[in-house]
Design a protein around this ligand. Structure first.
Ligand code: FMN
Length: 261
């Protein structure tokens, strides 16, 4: 009988121990069924983290978009345009043209342009403005002397050379820097063609010229009469011989007008 009681007690103890062991295992492996338990809510803090990541990623992603937005604005949302005519971008020059062979041909940022094109690039770089090159369908001669004669003929005939390039989105711009070389005391007739086909009413025109010494001649008044609905600001005159080194002059002028420079 004593032996039986010992065996019986041992069985009871074994069963109790087994029951305790099962309870502690189920407590670890079943956090979900006990969400209302305040004790279990502590381990649920990590399990609630997957719900929190919604606001958490929101912070880094908005920080990223903050970084991206200014770059997008800089690239795509300028309201300023530099429209210019330059001989070298309107002539059939040989591919291996020697940029130092003519006073009106410049190699700039790896491209062939002229004096006015160089000043236009400087303005665009300083202000973030878009660039638009006024180009004719019929190219000018590849010698400067022949071009001087053709320019005189076109002026005498009050010609309007047909343009190969057309500004599609004039309405996107409020400020138009308008650049040209002085040709026979006037603008090249291709610039008249350009002004004929764009409506700059309500916009600001900021003229700039390059020349052998004549400066603007009478061209500011001409622009004012052709674009009477626009405000024409103080222009910049750059000497042909100093166009390539005009960055400081350009920046000072831009600063004086309140544009970046
Ligand atoms: C057809 C023609 C006429 C010109 N007439 C004048 C002029 O009357 N006064 C002047 O100072 N420079 C005159 N020039 C010189 C240009 O204005 C000067 O070289 C200018 O910087 C050229 O700019 P680009 O290289 O952008 O074409 C003339 C040049 C050409 C081709």
């Amino acid at each position: 009988m004593k032996k039986f009681l010992i065996i019986f007690t041992a069985c009871i103890l074994t069963l109790i121990l087994a029951a305790c062991s099962e309870n502690s295992t189920s407590g670890d492996s079943q956090p979900e069924p006990t969400p209302s338990s305040s004790q279990i809510s502590v381990p649920q803090t990590p399990s609630s983290e997957p719900e929190d990541p919604e606001p958490l990623p929101a912070e880094p992603s908005s920080a990223l978009s903050d970084e991206e937005q200014p770059a997008e604005e800089e690239e795509t949302e300028t309201n300023m345009l530099v429209a210019y005519f330059s001989y070298a971008e309107n002539a059939d020059l040989p591919d291996d043209v020697d940029a130092s062979a003519s006073a009106s041909i410049q190699a700039w940022n790896g491209e062939i342009t002229g004096n006015t094109g160089v000043v236009a690039a400087m303005i665009a770089e300083a202000t973030g403005a878009d660039l638009f090159s006024i180009q004719t369908v019929e190219k000018y001669p590849d010698t400067y002397d022949a071009t001087i004669n053709q320019g005189q003929e076109e002026r005498n005939q009050d010609a309007r050379p047909e343009l190969a390039s057309h500004l599609e989105n004039t309405e996107s711009y409020d400020v138009i820097f308008l650049g040209f070389p002085n040709w026979w005391g006037d603008m090249p007739m291709a610039v008249y063609s350009f002004l004929d086909e764009v409506d700059l009413s309500g916009k600001t025109i900021v003229p700039f010229v390059t020349s052998g010494g004549s400066g603007f001649s009478n061209t500011i008044r001409t622009i004012e009469s052709l674009e009477s609905g626009a405000a024409v600001q103080q222009g910049l005159s750059v000497s042909a011989s100093s166009a390539a080194g005009a960055q400081d002059q350009v920046n000072e002028w831009l600063s004086g007008l309140g544009y970046a420079g």
